[in-house]
Design a protein around this ligand. Structure first.
Ligand SMILES: [Zn+2]
Length: 81
């Protein structure tokens, strides 16, 4: 079983289980994937967020989109200010 993070065209995030990649492809092709939030059938795999924390020195600093730019109030401000 594979768990995919999915998102609809309206940006709702949810997860679903599939037997394998082919199972996902088949359900996607048949429009069997439906957003549980709004019923949208334009569902695709969500971009997987990169794992953060294991190697902070090598990983690029996470961008802080909260607040419309800038890192004021962001808990990460001290790391890359
Ligand atoms: Zn939705």
């Amino acid at each position: 079983m594979i768990r995919y993070s999915l998102s609809c065209s309206k940006g709702h995030m949810f997860e679903d289980w599939f037997d394998n990649m082919a199972d996902y492809d088949a359900k996607a092709a048949k429009k069997k994937l439906v957003c549980p939030e709004c019923g949208d059938k334009k569902v695709g795999k969500a971009l997987m967020a990169p794992s953060i924390g294991s190697s902070a020195a090598a990983a690029p600093a996470p961008s802080c989109g909260i607040g419309g730019g800038g890192c004021g109030g962001c808990p990460m401000a001290g790391m890359h200010g």
